[in-house]
Design a protein around this ligand. Structure first.
Ligand code: 9Z3
Length: 381
Protein backbone atom coordinates (compact mmCIF):
# COMPACT_ATOMS: atom_id res chain seq x y z
CA UNK A 1 0.00 0.00 0.00
CA UNK A 2 1.28 3.43 -0.84
CA UNK A 3 1.90 5.91 1.95
CA UNK A 4 -0.32 8.96 1.76
CA UNK A 5 1.57 12.09 0.69
CA UNK A 6 2.02 14.38 3.69
CA UNK A 7 0.41 17.75 3.26
CA UNK A 8 2.83 20.66 2.75
CA UNK A 9 3.14 22.28 6.17
CA UNK A 10 5.66 25.11 6.23
CA UNK A 11 8.57 24.60 8.63
CA UNK A 12 8.12 26.36 11.98
CA UNK A 13 9.58 29.86 12.09
CA UNK A 14 12.06 29.72 14.97
CA UNK A 15 12.11 33.49 15.51
CA UNK A 16 8.33 33.51 15.90
CA UNK A 17 8.43 30.54 18.27
CA UNK A 18 11.07 32.25 20.43
CA UNK A 19 8.97 35.44 20.44
CA UNK A 20 5.85 33.57 21.40
CA UNK A 21 7.59 31.77 24.19
CA UNK A 22 9.31 34.89 25.59
CA UNK A 23 6.22 37.08 25.62
CA UNK A 24 4.05 34.37 27.18
CA UNK A 25 6.60 33.52 29.87
CA UNK A 26 7.50 37.10 30.82
CA UNK A 27 4.51 39.10 32.07
CA UNK A 28 3.82 42.52 30.51
CA UNK A 29 4.32 45.71 32.55
CA UNK A 30 1.20 46.71 34.47
CA UNK A 31 0.76 49.93 32.48
CA UNK A 32 1.08 48.38 29.03
CA UNK A 33 -2.60 48.85 28.13
CA UNK A 34 -2.53 52.48 29.29
CA UNK A 35 0.69 53.13 27.36
CA UNK A 36 -0.53 51.50 24.16
CA UNK A 37 -3.70 53.61 24.27
CA UNK A 38 -1.64 56.81 24.55
CA UNK A 39 0.79 55.60 21.88
CA UNK A 40 -2.03 54.68 19.47
CA UNK A 41 -3.67 58.12 19.79
CA UNK A 42 -0.32 59.88 19.35
CA UNK A 43 0.75 57.80 16.35
CA UNK A 44 -2.62 58.01 14.60
CA UNK A 45 -2.69 61.79 15.10
CA UNK A 46 0.69 62.24 13.37
CA UNK A 47 0.07 59.57 10.73
CA UNK A 48 -3.08 61.48 9.69
CA UNK A 49 -1.00 64.68 9.42
CA UNK A 50 1.58 62.88 7.22
CA UNK A 51 4.30 63.85 9.72
CA UNK A 52 7.38 61.68 10.29
CA UNK A 53 7.43 60.12 13.74
CA UNK A 54 10.39 58.65 15.55
CA UNK A 55 10.33 56.16 18.39
CA UNK A 56 13.42 56.96 20.49
CA UNK A 57 14.34 54.34 23.09
CA UNK A 58 16.60 55.53 25.87
CA UNK A 59 18.32 54.53 29.10
CA UNK A 60 19.23 51.22 30.70
CA UNK A 61 17.05 48.16 31.23
CA UNK A 62 17.07 46.43 34.61
CA UNK A 63 17.41 42.70 35.16
CA UNK A 64 15.40 41.78 38.27
CA UNK A 65 16.73 38.98 40.46
CA UNK A 66 13.44 38.50 42.32
CA UNK A 67 9.80 38.69 41.19
CA UNK A 68 9.02 40.97 44.11
CA UNK A 69 12.10 42.91 43.17
CA UNK A 70 14.45 44.11 45.86
CA UNK A 71 17.62 43.63 43.82
CA UNK A 72 18.36 43.99 40.16
CA UNK A 73 21.28 44.27 37.76
CA UNK A 74 21.56 47.55 35.88
CA UNK A 75 23.91 49.28 33.45
CA UNK A 76 25.61 52.64 33.15
CA UNK A 77 23.26 54.45 30.77
CA UNK A 78 21.77 57.73 32.01
CA UNK A 79 19.83 58.22 28.78
CA UNK A 80 21.89 61.15 27.52
CA UNK A 81 21.98 59.92 23.92
CA UNK A 82 18.23 59.32 23.79
CA UNK A 83 17.13 62.52 25.53
CA UNK A 84 19.49 64.71 23.50
CA UNK A 85 18.55 62.99 20.22
CA UNK A 86 14.85 63.52 20.97
CA UNK A 87 15.38 67.30 21.11
CA UNK A 88 17.18 67.33 17.76
CA UNK A 89 14.49 65.16 16.18
CA UNK A 90 11.85 67.64 17.34
CA UNK A 91 13.90 70.44 15.85
CA UNK A 92 14.07 68.48 12.57
CA UNK A 93 10.25 68.34 12.38
CA UNK A 94 9.57 64.88 13.82
CA UNK A 95 6.99 63.86 16.36
CA UNK A 96 8.85 61.97 19.08
CA UNK A 97 7.64 59.01 21.09
CA UNK A 98 10.20 58.81 23.86
CA UNK A 99 10.32 55.34 25.46
CA UNK A 100 12.73 55.70 28.32
CA UNK A 101 13.93 54.10 31.50
CA UNK A 102 11.97 55.59 34.37
CA UNK A 103 13.89 58.46 36.05
CA UNK A 104 16.55 58.61 33.34
CA UNK A 105 17.21 61.86 31.47
CA UNK A 106 14.31 63.48 29.64
CA UNK A 107 14.40 65.86 26.68
CA UNK A 108 14.52 69.52 27.84
CA UNK A 109 14.55 68.83 31.59
CA UNK A 110 17.93 67.08 31.03
CA UNK A 111 19.54 70.55 31.01
CA UNK A 112 18.57 70.99 34.66
CA UNK A 113 18.61 67.51 36.15
CA UNK A 114 21.21 64.87 37.00
CA UNK A 115 23.88 67.58 36.85
CA UNK A 116 26.16 68.44 39.73
CA UNK A 117 23.98 71.49 40.35
CA UNK A 118 20.61 71.25 41.99
CA UNK A 119 17.88 72.78 39.79
CA UNK A 120 17.26 75.32 42.57
CA UNK A 121 20.72 76.73 41.78
CA UNK A 122 19.28 78.01 38.51
CA UNK A 123 16.64 80.10 40.33
CA UNK A 124 16.48 83.20 42.48
CA UNK A 125 13.82 85.20 44.29
CA UNK A 126 12.05 87.71 42.04
CA UNK A 127 9.79 90.67 42.80
CA UNK A 128 6.62 90.23 44.90
CA UNK A 129 7.51 86.77 46.18
CA UNK A 130 7.99 85.29 42.71
CA UNK A 131 10.75 82.91 41.59
CA UNK A 132 12.75 83.68 38.42
CA UNK A 133 15.78 82.28 36.61
CA UNK A 134 19.17 83.63 37.63
CA UNK A 135 20.53 86.22 35.20
CA UNK A 136 23.30 83.96 33.83
CA UNK A 137 20.90 81.12 33.13
CA UNK A 138 17.84 83.06 31.99
CA UNK A 139 18.55 83.25 28.24
CA UNK A 140 19.25 79.55 27.84
CA UNK A 141 16.36 78.57 30.10
CA UNK A 142 13.96 80.72 28.11
CA UNK A 143 15.11 79.05 24.90
CA UNK A 144 14.70 75.55 26.39
CA UNK A 145 11.34 76.50 27.91
CA UNK A 146 9.99 77.77 24.57
CA UNK A 147 11.06 74.63 22.74
CA UNK A 148 9.57 72.45 25.46
CA UNK A 149 6.25 74.33 25.47
CA UNK A 150 6.07 74.17 21.70
CA UNK A 151 6.67 70.39 21.72
CA UNK A 152 3.98 69.88 24.36
CA UNK A 153 1.40 72.28 22.97
CA UNK A 154 1.69 70.91 19.44
CA UNK A 155 1.43 67.36 20.81
CA UNK A 156 4.81 66.46 19.30
CA UNK A 157 6.26 64.67 22.32
CA UNK A 158 4.93 61.62 24.13
CA UNK A 159 6.99 60.29 27.02
CA UNK A 160 6.50 56.70 28.23
CA UNK A 161 8.60 54.93 30.88
CA UNK A 162 9.83 51.34 31.32
CA UNK A 163 11.97 49.73 34.02
CA UNK A 164 12.99 46.14 33.34
CA UNK A 165 14.22 44.40 30.22
CA UNK A 166 10.93 42.56 29.82
CA UNK A 167 8.91 45.79 30.27
CA UNK A 168 11.07 47.32 27.56
CA UNK A 169 10.56 44.45 25.12
CA UNK A 170 6.79 44.35 25.67
CA UNK A 171 6.54 48.13 25.16
CA UNK A 172 8.81 48.09 22.11
CA UNK A 173 6.84 45.33 20.42
CA UNK A 174 3.46 46.96 21.03
CA UNK A 175 4.57 50.43 19.94
CA UNK A 176 6.42 49.17 16.84
CA UNK A 177 3.28 47.33 15.77
CA UNK A 178 1.16 50.44 16.34
CA UNK A 179 3.47 52.39 14.02
CA UNK A 180 2.14 50.53 10.94
CA UNK A 181 -0.10 53.43 9.76
CA UNK A 182 3.01 55.60 9.42
CA UNK A 183 4.46 53.31 6.74
CA UNK A 184 7.98 54.52 5.80
CA UNK A 185 7.49 57.76 7.79
CA UNK A 186 7.99 55.74 10.97
CA UNK A 187 11.55 55.73 12.29
CA UNK A 188 12.80 53.52 15.11
CA UNK A 189 15.93 54.84 16.81
CA UNK A 190 16.99 52.28 19.37
CA UNK A 191 19.42 53.99 21.73
CA UNK A 192 18.39 52.23 24.96
CA UNK A 193 21.15 50.17 26.56
CA UNK A 194 19.48 46.78 26.36
CA UNK A 195 20.64 44.02 28.67
CA UNK A 196 21.94 40.90 26.93
CA UNK A 197 21.25 38.64 29.91
CA UNK A 198 18.34 38.02 32.25
CA UNK A 199 16.88 35.61 34.81
CA UNK A 200 13.99 33.70 33.20
CA UNK A 201 10.82 33.68 35.32
CA UNK A 202 10.89 29.93 35.94
CA UNK A 203 14.23 30.34 37.72
CA UNK A 204 13.40 33.57 39.51
CA UNK A 205 12.74 33.71 43.23
CA UNK A 206 9.31 35.08 44.14
CA UNK A 207 10.64 36.71 47.31
CA UNK A 208 13.77 38.52 48.37
CA UNK A 209 16.73 36.14 48.10
CA UNK A 210 17.95 35.34 51.59
CA UNK A 211 21.55 35.83 52.64
CA UNK A 212 21.34 33.37 55.53
CA UNK A 213 19.54 30.07 55.95
CA UNK A 214 17.72 31.32 59.04
CA UNK A 215 14.29 30.78 57.51
CA UNK A 216 14.99 27.35 55.99
CA UNK A 217 13.51 25.38 58.92
CA UNK A 218 10.32 27.47 58.78
CA UNK A 219 10.03 26.94 55.07
CA UNK A 220 10.68 23.22 55.45
CA UNK A 221 8.01 22.99 58.15
CA UNK A 222 5.45 24.77 55.98
CA UNK A 223 6.57 22.64 52.97
CA UNK A 224 7.05 25.85 50.95
CA UNK A 225 9.70 25.50 48.31
CA UNK A 226 13.05 27.09 49.24
CA UNK A 227 14.50 29.10 46.37
CA UNK A 228 17.89 27.69 45.41
CA UNK A 229 20.33 29.59 43.24
CA UNK A 230 23.47 28.92 45.29
CA UNK A 231 26.74 27.52 44.09
CA UNK A 232 27.64 24.32 45.89
CA UNK A 233 31.31 25.23 46.33
CA UNK A 234 32.49 23.95 49.71
CA UNK A 235 35.15 26.72 49.94
CA UNK A 236 32.66 29.39 51.01
CA UNK A 237 29.71 28.60 53.26
CA UNK A 238 26.66 28.04 51.12
CA UNK A 239 24.62 30.48 53.17
CA UNK A 240 27.00 33.35 52.34
CA UNK A 241 27.06 33.08 48.53
CA UNK A 242 24.81 34.20 45.75
CA UNK A 243 25.57 32.78 42.34
CA UNK A 244 23.69 34.58 39.60
CA UNK A 245 23.06 32.43 36.57
CA UNK A 246 21.71 34.40 33.61
CA UNK A 247 20.20 33.30 30.31
CA UNK A 248 20.75 35.25 27.10
CA UNK A 249 17.93 37.64 26.21
CA UNK A 250 16.49 36.48 22.86
CA UNK A 251 17.46 38.79 19.99
CA UNK A 252 14.25 40.33 18.67
CA UNK A 253 15.68 42.74 16.11
CA UNK A 254 14.85 40.30 13.32
CA UNK A 255 11.25 40.04 14.54
CA UNK A 256 11.13 43.83 14.67
CA UNK A 257 12.43 44.20 11.12
CA UNK A 258 10.32 41.46 9.58
CA UNK A 259 7.18 41.38 11.67
CA UNK A 260 6.58 44.26 14.04
CA UNK A 261 7.56 47.17 11.85
CA UNK A 262 8.25 45.98 8.30
CA UNK A 263 7.85 49.38 6.62
CA UNK A 264 9.57 51.67 9.10
CA UNK A 265 13.25 52.59 8.96
CA UNK A 266 15.17 50.95 11.78
CA UNK A 267 18.32 52.36 13.36
CA UNK A 268 20.04 50.42 16.12
CA UNK A 269 23.06 51.32 18.23
CA UNK A 270 25.99 49.04 18.89
CA UNK A 271 27.98 49.67 22.03
CA UNK A 272 31.44 48.22 22.59
CA UNK A 273 34.44 48.99 24.77
CA UNK A 274 37.08 47.38 22.53
CA UNK A 275 37.81 49.62 19.51
CA UNK A 276 39.18 46.72 17.47
CA UNK A 277 35.79 44.97 17.26
CA UNK A 278 33.31 47.86 17.03
CA UNK A 279 32.90 48.14 13.26
CA UNK A 280 32.94 44.38 12.79
CA UNK A 281 30.18 43.91 15.38
CA UNK A 282 28.11 46.72 13.87
CA UNK A 283 28.41 45.20 10.38
CA UNK A 284 27.60 41.76 11.78
CA UNK A 285 24.42 43.10 13.38
CA UNK A 286 23.39 44.76 10.12
CA UNK A 287 23.97 41.57 8.10
CA UNK A 288 22.15 39.47 10.64
CA UNK A 289 19.04 41.61 11.05
CA UNK A 290 18.91 43.28 7.64
CA UNK A 291 17.82 46.64 8.95
CA UNK A 292 18.89 50.06 7.73
CA UNK A 293 21.57 51.57 9.92
CA UNK A 294 23.74 50.59 12.85
CA UNK A 295 25.37 53.44 14.74
CA UNK A 296 28.47 52.13 16.48
CA UNK A 297 29.92 53.82 19.53
CA UNK A 298 32.53 53.15 22.18
CA UNK A 299 31.79 53.68 25.83
CA UNK A 300 34.80 55.97 26.30
CA UNK A 301 34.32 58.18 23.21
CA UNK A 302 30.56 58.03 22.64
CA UNK A 303 30.10 61.76 23.21
CA UNK A 304 32.78 62.65 20.64
CA UNK A 305 32.30 60.21 17.76
CA UNK A 306 30.12 57.48 16.28
CA UNK A 307 30.35 55.37 13.16
CA UNK A 308 27.47 54.89 10.71
CA UNK A 309 27.36 51.39 9.24
CA UNK A 310 24.73 50.88 6.55
CA UNK A 311 24.20 48.45 3.67
CA UNK A 312 26.20 48.93 0.48
CA UNK A 313 28.17 51.99 1.61
CA UNK A 314 31.50 52.59 3.34
CA UNK A 315 31.55 53.17 7.08
CA UNK A 316 31.17 56.82 7.96
CA UNK A 317 32.65 58.32 11.10
CA UNK A 318 30.93 61.35 12.53
CA UNK A 319 32.94 63.44 14.96
CA UNK A 320 32.67 66.64 16.87
CA UNK A 321 35.19 69.10 15.52
CA UNK A 322 38.05 70.16 17.73
CA UNK A 323 37.51 73.54 19.44
CA UNK A 324 37.71 76.49 17.08
CA UNK A 325 37.65 74.32 13.96
CA UNK A 326 34.06 75.23 13.03
CA UNK A 327 33.21 72.78 10.25
CA UNK A 328 32.15 69.41 11.60
CA UNK A 329 33.34 66.69 9.30
CA UNK A 330 35.31 63.48 9.29
CA UNK A 331 38.49 65.43 9.98
CA UNK A 332 40.34 66.15 13.16
CA UNK A 333 43.20 68.63 12.93
CA UNK A 334 43.17 68.21 9.17
CA UNK A 335 43.77 64.47 9.31
CA UNK A 336 41.05 62.22 7.97
CA UNK A 337 40.68 59.40 10.41
CA UNK A 338 38.74 56.28 9.85
CA UNK A 339 39.67 54.62 13.05
CA UNK A 340 38.29 55.31 16.50
CA UNK A 341 39.72 58.21 18.49
CA UNK A 342 42.15 57.52 21.28
CA UNK A 343 40.13 58.07 24.49
CA UNK A 344 43.28 59.34 26.26
CA UNK A 345 43.71 62.23 23.85
CA UNK A 346 40.20 63.40 23.09
CA UNK A 347 40.16 66.81 21.44
CA UNK A 348 38.93 69.80 23.43
CA UNK A 349 35.56 70.45 21.85
CA UNK A 350 33.13 73.32 21.95
CA UNK A 351 31.13 72.61 25.15
CA UNK A 352 27.98 73.92 23.47
CA UNK A 353 28.17 71.32 20.66
CA UNK A 354 26.58 67.91 21.06
CA UNK A 355 27.30 65.01 18.75
CA UNK A 356 23.56 64.35 18.44
CA UNK A 357 23.43 67.70 16.62
CA UNK A 358 25.41 65.95 13.86
CA UNK A 359 23.87 62.48 14.15
CA UNK A 360 20.22 63.51 13.77
CA UNK A 361 20.58 65.54 10.52
CA UNK A 362 22.55 62.62 9.04
CA UNK A 363 19.85 60.13 10.09
CA UNK A 364 17.14 62.44 8.76
CA UNK A 365 18.88 62.64 5.41
CA UNK A 366 18.90 58.83 5.20
CA UNK A 367 15.29 58.67 6.33
CA UNK A 368 14.17 61.21 3.70
CA UNK A 369 15.84 59.09 1.00
CA UNK A 370 14.25 55.97 2.44
CA UNK A 371 10.78 57.53 2.25
CA UNK A 372 11.38 58.77 -1.31
CA UNK A 373 12.56 55.35 -2.45
CA UNK A 374 9.56 53.68 -0.82
CA UNK A 375 7.10 56.07 -2.48
CA UNK A 376 8.78 55.63 -5.90
CA UNK A 377 8.60 51.84 -5.56
CA UNK A 378 4.92 52.04 -4.61
CA UNK A 379 4.13 54.20 -7.65
CA UNK A 380 5.73 51.64 -9.96
CA UNK A 381 3.68 48.78 -8.51
C1 9Z3 B 1 23.96 52.88 22.73
O1 9Z3 B 1 24.93 52.41 22.22
C2 9Z3 B 1 23.90 54.30 23.27
O2 9Z3 B 1 24.54 55.19 22.42
C3 9Z3 B 1 24.49 54.43 24.69
C4 9Z3 B 1 24.25 55.86 25.17
C5 9Z3 B 1 23.78 53.45 25.62
C6 9Z3 B 1 26.00 54.15 24.68
P1 9Z3 B 1 24.15 57.26 27.38
O3 9Z3 B 1 22.81 56.82 27.82
O4 9Z3 B 1 24.75 56.07 26.45
O5 9Z3 B 1 24.11 58.49 26.54
O6 9Z3 B 1 25.13 57.35 28.51
N1 9Z3 B 1 22.82 52.15 22.88
C7 9Z3 B 1 22.59 50.81 22.40
C8 9Z3 B 1 23.33 49.73 23.09
C9 9Z3 B 1 22.64 48.39 22.96
O7 9Z3 B 1 22.20 47.90 23.96
N2 9Z3 B 1 22.54 47.80 21.78
C10 9Z3 B 1 22.06 46.44 21.67
C11 9Z3 B 1 23.02 45.66 20.86
O8 9Z3 B 1 24.02 46.22 20.42
C12 9Z3 B 1 20.63 46.35 21.20
S1 9Z3 B 1 20.17 47.07 19.72
O9 9Z3 B 1 22.84 44.43 20.72
Amino acid sequence: MMDSIPSETPPPNLDELAEDHYFKANPPPKDLAKHTKLAREFIDFHAAAGRPLVLVTSGGTTVPLEKQTVRFIDNFSAGTRGATSAEYFLEAGYAVLFLHRQFSLLPFSRHYSHSTDCFLDFLKEGPNGSVVARDDDAAKMLDVLRKYRHARESNRLLVLPFVSISDYLHELRSIAQLMTPLGPRGLLYLAAAVSDFFVPPDRMSEHKIQSTNAVDPIKAATTEEVFDNFDSSPAVPRSKRLVVDLDPVPKFLKNLVEGWSPEGMIVSFKLETDPSILVHKARYSLDRYQHHLVIGNLLSTRKWEVVFVSPGVADRWIRLPAAGKGEADERIDGVIKDEPLDPRTLPEGDPEMEIEGLIIPAVKEMHDKYIEKFVRRQKKE
